[in-house]
Design a protein around this ligand. Structure first.
Ligand code: HMG
Ligand code: MG
Length: 303
């Protein structure tokens, strides 16, 4: 019997690099992305067309995009008209707009309230579609907890989700931006939200600050969620979400899903190579559990 497929949306080149203290050169990003492609990742969030003053790490989006290796479906973050113009100029066909379930967060992140962002994104999405745009994702950050407003009720997330779907997003991604959610909270949100929207339209984006991301993925699978965001080597974080840890490591997600009987299409050792090479550029040590265990197996075999 064939295994059920779970899609991994690799956000390492965007979420993974946007919060790093160093700006990675474009050619190093391209080599990293090439490794991700070789590892079998089919959906990659490559960069953001946001203000280079606010996210200088991704200021090279216009130069990076035309050089991306062919194959995967690439997407990029867009938050305003200027960003949309830049994205369209280089032929971007898949964008992600990003709001949140808490205005104190959107005010810091994108300089507007949730409702202002919804007005803005309705216009951006319609311009994008009118210019041949093919796929739009709507992120809802702080879906569980906001670093400024505290715990978030599912109904606040559902309100934003309804607005995003009404403007024609293809999917929403629920962001545990600061990585504090535990399965009982994931269950509460997904029970309510999958009661209103089909699970195939929902992705989950867990940061792993407290080591609970895999447990949240496990709970999400029970609700029919089959699309998860993760970042090679567990890099990531948002400059406007103090205390946020890295994303769930793609390495750990692939290990968990494959071992649980799902198919991801991702080669674990090729992914480990992608992660390790980037970590060496960033001069960071390995954090993903799946890599640590693989490395310790290698060193035991060699000793
Ligand atoms: P703004 O500064 O409020 O815009 O940016 P503005 O219209 O006032 O413009 C000010 C200056 O910025 C102008 O330049 C603009 O041209 C320039 P000046 O005249 O001063 O020389 N500018 C731009 N330049 C190039 N491209 C642009 C652009 N926009 C303005 N797109 C904006 C508004 C939303 C763009 C800004 O606040 C911004 O870039 N914020 C960064 C948001 C961001 O990328 N956050 C991280 C991603 S979200 C995340 O990580 C969460 C997620 O992972 C899910 C989860 O974990 O929950 C998705
Ligand atoms: Mg994130």
């Amino acid at each position: 019997m064939s295994k059920e497929r779970v899609a991994i949306i690799e956000v390492g080149p965007r979420d993974g690099l946007q919060n790093e203290p160093i700006t990675v050169p474009t050619e190093v990003k391209l080599a990293f992305i090439k490794h991700l492609v070789d590892a079998g990742l089919k959906e990659i969030e490559a960069t953001s067309f946001v203000s280079p003053k606010q996210i200088p790490q991704l200021a090279d989006a216009d130069a990076l995009w035309p050089q991306l290796p062919v194959g995967p479906a690439y997407s990029a973050l867009v938050a305003n008209e200027k960003g949309l113009e830049r994205a369209l100029a280089v032929g971007v066909k898949r964008i992600a707009v990003f709001t949140a379930a808490s205005s104190p967060f959107t005010e810091r992140n994108i300089g507007m309230t949730i409702d202002e962002s919804l007005v803005r994104f309705r216009s951006i999405i319609s311009q994008f579609r009118a210019n041949g745009g093919q796929f739009v994702r709507g992120y809802i950050s702080t879906a569980f907890e906001c670093p400024y407003a505290g715990k978030i009720e599912p109904k606040s997330v559902i309100r934003v989700a309804s607005e995003l779907f009404s403007m024609g997003v293809d999917e929403i991604s629920l962001g545990d931006t600061i990585g504090t959610a535990v399965p009982v909270e994931t269950k509460a949100l997904l029970r309510d939200i999958t009661g209103q929207f089909h699970p195939s339209k929902i992705a989950c984006h867990f940061h792993d600050t407290n080591g609970t991301a895999i447990a949240n993925v496990s709970e999400s699978l029970n609700f029919g969620i089959r699309r998860f965001d993760s970042s090679a080597a567990g890099l990531g974080g948002c400059p406007y979400a103090p205390g946020a840890g890295g994303n769930l490591a793609s390495d750990d997600l692939v290990y968990f899903l494959e071992r649980s009987g799902f198919e991801t299409g991702v080669n674990q050792s090729a992914l480990a190579q992608a992660s390790l090479q980037l970590l060496s550029v960033l001069e960071k040590s390995v954090a993903a559990h799946a890599q640590l265990s693989a490395l310790s197996r290698v060193s035991k075999t060699q000793s």
